[in-house]
Design a protein around this ligand. Structure first.
Ligand code: SIN
Ligand code: CO
Length: 402
């Protein structure tokens, strides 16, 4: 049995109090930030994380970039030409540290490093349903990805070295054609700052920006994806036809008794078009179905996420360890809930209320302490569910040293 997968590396930070002023937000409360800034306008916070110690060293970042299960990109701007390469990258395949103007971008670092996950946890005043991941970018002097905009809300936290950010509220967002990267054709900076370690810049989606390393540096992007309606609609319709088996409207098959013989065999039968139109327009969905779809869809981990399955642990032994260590969601697990459902990693449950209470606490805290597990130990269904998730690698015990 792989013990390192059984036990969490550390306890996750608890939920954030919306009404307590945060250094991270320059003394603003999360409530005020969400009301006045979020998704509306940029915010520069000097010393958002005072005395920041880079959670991930350059060497550890390069090791992550060499893994198959980690998404990484290399952007270089040598001899005035933009180049984009996809990882994995063996360390000796990266450009020299002495070469200027290249960046290594590594996605999902929070899944592999507990200090990075902790940092991400500080931003949980934004709903998890919006959270994407923590990306780390390492750049040599002059490195960057060019002036661009993102479809994300993003907190750009300077972790080591310095980076010069220039930003613009411009609405002209045409891109330079035929480049491997999305680079703005015209970028006119309106504001400019050099960020030092611990400084942070928040940008809403579509806000033009350009960050250029001033010497070797590392920047963390804490990104929040706003799902595109078109994309959601496609997934929802697939979910509607597959998941909701009792969708009466879709029962049965097209029947065409009485269809006349045709001299134009390639022509779509008008009666078929009519019948299908009628069936589709009878499709209905409720808010609670949409909620069930969103919970399942948004709790689906990215395809690259791998869980360390546990081959065997008897339920009795499992319960004993859970009671003494508590339980912690694995870093890759996404847990959400609505009024009636609990979602984890794409699966939807409709737990009875005695269980729902604990599952919601688990999702909000990302853990249950030993005392909390002890308080719910008389719910055998819940303990069996935890056991099942532990075997899947979705739920770990609290840190072994506790
Ligand atoms: C970077 O850190 O190099 C790019 C981040 C961004 O501009 O979104
Ligand atoms: Co960007």
């Amino acid at each position: 049995m792989n013990d390192s997968a059984l036990y969490a590396q550390a306890l996750p930070p608890g939920p954030v109090d919306p009404d307590a002023p945060l250094t991270l937000l320059g003394g603003m409360t999360p409530a005020a930030f969400m009301r006045d800034i979020w998704h509306r306008k940029p915010l520069l916070v000097r010393q958002a994380v005072p005395g920041i110690v880079p959670p991930v060293s350059r060497e550890s970042l390069f090791q992550l970039a060499d893994r198959d299960d980690v998404e990484s990109r290399l952007v270089s701007h040598f001899r005035n030409r933009w180049k984009l390469e996809q990882g994995p990258f063996a360390a000796d395949n990266l450009p020299s540290l002495k070469a200027r103007q290249w960046s290594l971008l590594v996605q999902g670092v929070n899944l592999h490093d507990s200090a990075a996950a902790d940092l991400l946890g500080q931003f949980r005043f934004v709903p998890d349903a919006r959270l994407d991941d923590l990306m780390v970018s390492y750049a040599t002097d002059g490195g960057g990805v060019g002036p661009h905009f993102d479809s994300y809300d993003v907190f750009l936290l300077q972790v080591s070295g310095r980076r010069r950010w220039r930003i613009s509220s411009q609405t002209k967002l045409d891109l330079v054609p035929d480049l491997p990267l999305k680079i703005l054709a015209d970028f006119t900076a309106e504001e400019e700052w050099v960020l030092e370690p611990g400084d942070m810049l928040y940008l809403p989606p579509q806000y033009a920006h350009d960050g250029v390393a001033d010497g070797e540096c590392m920047t963390y992007s804490i990104g929040f994806r706003a799902p595109a309606y078109r994309e959601l609609a496609g997934h929802f319709l697939a979910w509607l036809s597959e998941t909701v088996e009792d969708n009466e409207d879709l029962n049965g098959r097209y029947a065409d008794a009485g269809e006349p013989a045709t001299a134009h065999p390639a022509q779509l039968p008008a009666q078929m078009v009519r019948a299908v139109t009628e069936k589709l327009s009878a499709l209905r969905w409720s808010g609670s179905m949409v909620s069930e779809f969103l919970g399942a869809h948004l709790s689906e981990p990215k395809p690259s996420v791998e869980f360390a399955e546990i081959s065997e642990i008897a339920l009795k032994k499992y319960n004993k360890l859970a009671l003494s260590h508590g339980v912690v969601l694995a870093p890759g697990s996404i847990a959400l809930y609505d009024r009636t459902h609990f979602f984890i990693n794409g699966e939807a449950y409709e737990p009875p209320s005695a269980l729902a209470r604990w599952l919601r606490l688990l999702a909000d805290q990302r853990c249950l302490s030993a005392a909390e597990v002890t308080a719910c130990a008389d719910l055998p269904d819940l303990m069996e569910t935890f056991h099942h998730w532990a075997l899947e690698g979705w739920l770990q015990f609290g840190p072994a040293s506790l």
